[in-house]
Ligand binder design. Structure first.
Ligand code: NAD
Ligand code: UDP
Length: 330
């Protein structure tokens, strides 16, 4: 008789979902990964398929979700996450954050499972408070191009909290700040794979705007540790998880140029509409409640990530899935 606890991880074939699958398998759980593969890749999970305690369901969570048997925990990570992805599939993005979350809340209720949702620093929009604390309500343009993602995530938080207060469901909300690491999709358009991909292909690095906008990048292992601690804490309010080390995108391009040794230069392109000008997590709450703080510095994290991208087959490096896609203000 298998008495392992069972965890369902939606978006399990994606970047973060697959790392979470690894962590929970490593901790002795039975893991069910669910994904419709819209932005994910089964190669991220290939090494787990041989394990009897791992299962994969190919399913769109915006449709009714059924899991036979017991379920102890649900981690809802299904959602396009890169701006280019969610601009290409805006309706699916709105649906997975709203209908998908509703389905998983219903499943959690039926199974008496605890649900953790992947929210985002995007709920703060283009923030007027810096660094961002969980108490800040945000500055989101509901009808702007990024609204499809930001508002889906804000609704996701609201309905999750409503199930918690109204139905007494055990819920957790993590607000994730820009996270990077191995298994990001090389061509997903996010800044780190964009710059490293350009360096590896011998192209110039495209900085949007004047590059003075800031981000704070967290290495994936640190994020996974924070999520793991949050799931097993007793705190149901939103918690920021991210690395407060803030950098401008222009400086970030210089770090990638140094790391990769590319001879290419930086070229400037127009800043996409509503691109947040600054972003840095205030992690006091995570420190206090979870005893968590990031451990991997950018130099080490970028080196590990670069090693991963270098190891990819060349056809992936030259697959230009977004080649003909016009970013939202051009
Ligand atoms: P990703 O694109 O690599 O992974 C998302 C996964 O969800 C993919 O495998 C995709 O196929 C799957 N998916 C999308 N819609 C689905 C649906 N309707 N049904 C089933 N599966 C579906 O992105 P990621 O970076 O791993 O992000 C994972 C989660 O974390 C997302 O919810 C995202 O909003 C959140 N998040 C990520 C970051 C980050 O920096 N990576 C920051 C904030 C929030
Ligand atoms: N960016 C850039 N060049 C690129 C891709 C992104 O300068 O090729 C910028 C983008 O405009 C934003 C920052 O890098 O200011 C982070 O973008 P990303 O898409 O990674 O995530 P965001 O934090 O905006 O959701």
């Amino acid at each position: 008789m298998d008495n392992r606890k069972t965890v369902l991880i939606t978006g399990g074939a994606g970047f973060l979902g697959s790392h979470l699958c690894d962590r929970f398998i490593g901790e002795g759980f039975r893991v069910i990964a669910m994904d419709n593969l819209i932005t994910g890749d089964l190669r991220n999970l290939e090494h787990l398929f041989k394990l009897p305690q791992f299962e994969f369901y190919h399913h769109d969570v915006s449709k009714f979700v059924h899991i036979p048997g017991d379920l102890d925990y649900i981690l809802h990570f299904a959602s396009p996450a890169s701006p280019i992805d969610y601009l290409k599939i805006p309706i699916q993005t709105l649906k997975v954050g709203s209908l998908g979350t509703h389905n998983l809340l219903g499943l959690a209720r039926a199974k008496k499972a605890r649900l953790l949702i992947a929210s985002t620093s995007e709920v703060y929009g283009d923030p007027t408070v810096h660094p961002q604390t969980e108490e800040y309500y945000g500055n989101v343009n509901t009808v702007g191009p990024r609204g499809v993602y930001d508002e889906a995530k804000r609704f996701q938080e609201a309905i999750t909290m409503a199930y918690h207060t109204f139905h007494g469901l055990e819920t957790r909300i993590v607000r994730i700040f820009n996270t990077y690491g191995p298994r990001m999709r090389l061509n997903d358009g996010r800044v780190l794979p964009a710059f490293i991909g350009q360096a590896l292909r011998g192209e110039d690095l495209t900085v949007f705007g004047d590059g003075s906008q800031t981000r704070s990048f967290c290495y994936v292992d640190d994020l996974v540790e924070g999520i793991y601690r949050l799931l097993f804490s007793d705190y149901s309010g939103p918690v920021n998880i991210g690395n407060p080390s803030e950098i401008t995108i222009r400086e970030f391009a210089d770090e990638i140029i140094k790391l990769t040794g590319t001879k290419q230069k930086v070229v400037y392109q127009p800043l996409p509409k509503d691109d947040p000008k600054q972003r840095q997590p205030d992690i006091s709450k995570a420190k206090k409640i979870l005893g968590w703080e990031p451990r991997v510095g950018r130099a080490e994290g970028l080196r590990l990530t670069y090693d991963y991208f270098k190891s990819l087959p060349r056809d992936l490096l030259f697959a230009r899935e977004h080649k003909d896609f016009k970013p939202y203000n051009r």
